[in-house]
Write a protein that binds this ligand. Structure first.
Ligand code: XLS
Ligand code: NI
Ligand code: NI
Length: 438
C-alpha cells in the first residue's frame, strides 16, 4: 500500500528551540537518562481503538475525523487498511508497541466462528507487519462492553449464555495475544458493576468475575502465555458503580480470590482521577503491593466527571508518574496512549500532534523525575521524618517486640510527647517547582 501520511516524514528530535510542530522537543530516543536510553525507559504504545478507530463522533454529533483510510467501513479491506496505516503511523513516530481489543481489529460477525476467522486472518497480516518493522504487541483485551448482550455486564451478567460468550472472547484474545507475543492481557471491567441494588447480587457477580479470571489464567498458562494479566481499575462509566473502583479495591479483590500472583494492575491516569485520587496515588498503591504492571497514559479534565482521554500534557503529573515507575524498578508492560484527539482536531497532522505532545510530556517527566531522584531531598526528608522508629521504643515497635502494655508504660513516663516534626509541605513543593522549572 502507498503511504497514507505521505506528506509527513519520520518525526525526529529537534530540541526545545525547534518551531517545527512535527518534531520532538524533549523525546530524544537515544539520550541516556539514569543509565538507560529514553526509548528503553519509555516503552510507548499506540491504542488501536483511539488512533485507528475513533473518529470524533459523540452523542451530540457525527464523526469529524476520517478514519476510513480509503476503505469501506465494516469490511475486511478496512481492517487491513487500519493495519497499514497503524504501522506507518507507529514507524513514523518511533512507537514500539500497540494494544488492541478484538473489536478494534475486525468487524464483528453475527456468528462468533466467523468473527474468529476474521481475527485469524487479520492477525496473520499484523504478524507480517510486526516482522518487517520490529513493532511489538504490548497487550490485548476483549471488548466486553459494546455489544448489547453485555448490557447487564460481562462476567457479571445475570445470563449464563452471555457468560459463555465472555469466555469465548477472552479465550480467543488470549490465543491472539500469544500469537502476537503480547506482554500482557488486560481486563478492564467496563460493565462489571451495577446500576441499582434492587436488581443486583454483588457477591454472586463478583464470584463469577473471579471465576472467569481464574479460568483465563489456567487457559493462558496452558497455551504458553507467560506475561501478566492486568486489571485496569475504573470507578464509574459506563456503569454507575464499577467493581474495580481503584487500585486498592482491585488489589483487595485479587487477594481475596487468590489471583494476585498472576495479576498486576494497568493504571490509567484519567481513571484514578475519576476515583478521586491523583494518578500518583494509584501508582504508589500498586507499586507498594508489587503490582504496578502497566500504564494507560492519558489525562482527564478535572472539571468533567467522565473519561475524557486527553493526551497527557501536564508535566507535573508525568513527572510524578515517572518517579513512581523508576522507584518501582520499571513496568512489565509500558505506557499505552489510551488517548484521543479532541473532536475539532481532526486532521492527519493532529494525530501526530497528540502523540508528540504526550511523548514529549513523558520525556520531560522522565528527565525531571531523574532530577528528583538525583537531587535526593525528597527521599531524605521522608527518611528523616520517620527516624523516631530507627532506635529505642520506635525500633521495638517495628521489630514487633512491643506490646500494648509496654508502650502504655512508656507513654506514662513520657509526660507530654514532643510535637512530631513539621510536614513542611510548602518547602517540598517549592523544591519540586525548582526542579521542574530550572
Ligand atoms: C476505558 C478503558 C479502555 C481500556 C481497554 O475507559 O480505558 O479503553 O483501556 O479496554
Ligand atoms: Ni484504558
Ligand atoms: Ni479509560
Amino acid at each position: 500500500m502507498s503511504e497514507y501520511f505521505n506528506e509527513i516524514k519520520k518525526i525526529k528530535y529537534e530540541g526545545p528551540t525547534s518551531k517545527n510542530a512535527l518534531s520532538f522537543k524533549f523525546y530524544d530516543p537515544e539520550k541516556i537518562v539514569l543509565g538507560k536510553t529514553m526509548k528503553e525507559q519509555l516503552p510507548f504504545g499506540m491504542a488501536w481503538w483511539h488512533a485507528l478507530c475513533n473518529s470524533g463522533s459523540d452523542i451530540f454529533g457525527a464523526a469529524t475525523a476520517d478514519k476510513t483510510f480509503g476503505a469501506a467501513p465494516g469490511t475486511m479491506d478496512h481492517a487491513r487498511a487500519k493495519v497499514d496505516v497503524g504501522f506507518e503511523f507507529m514507524e513514523k513516530l518511533g512507537i514500539d508497541y500497540f494494544c488492541f481489543h478484538d473489536a478494534d481489529l475486525v468487524p464483528e460477525a453475527s456468528d462468533i466462528k466467523e468473527t474468529n476467522r476474521r481475527l485469524d486472518e487479520i492477525t496473520d497480516y499484523i504478524l507480517e507487519k510486526m516482522k518487517i518493522t520490529g513493532i511489538k504487541c504490548m497487550w490485548g483485551t476483549a471488548n466486553l462492553t459494546n455489544n448489547p448482550r453485555y448490557m447487564n455486564g460481562a462476567a457479571s451478567s445475570n445470563s449464563a449464555d452471555v457468560y459463555c460468550f465472555v469466555a469465548a472472547q477472552v479465550k480467543k484474545v488470549l490465543d491472539l495475544t500469544v500469537k502476537l507475543g503480547g506482554k500482557g492481557y488486560v481486563f478492564w471491567g467496563g460493565r462489571e458493576g451495577y446500576e441499582t441494588l434492587l436488581n443486583t447480587d454483588i457477591k454472586f457477580e463478583q464470584d463469577n468475575i473471579a471465576n472467569l479470571m481464574r479460568m483465563a489464567v489456567e487457559y493462558g498458562r496452558k497455551i504458553g502465555f507467560t506475561g501478566d494479566f492486568y486489571i485496569e481499575p475504573k470507578p464509574k462509566e459506563p456503569m454507575k458503580h464499577q467493581y474495580d473502583y481503584d487500585a486498592a479495591t482491585a488489589i483487595g479483590f485479587l487477594k481475596q480470590y487468590g489471583l494476585d500472583k498472576d495479576f498486576k494492575l494497568n493504571i490509567e491516569s484519567n481513571h484514578a482521577t475519576l476515583a478521586g485520587h491523583s494518578f500518583q496515588h494509584d501508582l504508589r498503591i500498586s507499586a507498594i503491593n508489587g503490582m504496578l504492571g502497566s500504564i494507560d497514559a492519558n489525562q482527564g479534565d478535572l472539571f468533567l466527571g467522565w473519561d475524557t482521554d486527553h493526551f497527557s500534557s501536564n508535566v507535573y503529573d508525568t513527572t510524578m508518574c515517572m518517579y513512581e515507575i523508576i522507584k518501582a524498578g520499571g513496568l512489565t508492560g509500558g505506557l499505552n496512549f489510551d488517548a484521543k484527539n479532541r473532536r475539532p482536531s481532526y486532521t492527519k497532522e493532529d494525530m501526530f500532534y497528540g502523540f508528540i505532545l504526550a511523548m514529549d510530556a513523558f520525556a520531560l517527566g522522565l528527565i525531571k523525575a531523574a532530577k528528583m531522584i538525583e537531587d535526593g531531598r525528597i527521599d531524605s526528608f521522608i527518611q528523616e521524618r520517620y527516624q523516631s522508629y530507627g532506635s529505642g521504643i520506635g525500633a521495638e515497635i517495628t521489630s514487633k517486640k512491643a506490646t500494648l502494655e509496654s508502650l502504655s508504660a512508656y507513654a506514662e513516663n513520657l509526660g507530654a510527647p514532643a510535637l512530631p516534626g513539621s510536614g513542611s509541605q510548602e518547602m517540598l513543593e517549592s523544591i519540586i517547582n525548582t526542579i521542574l522549572f530550572s
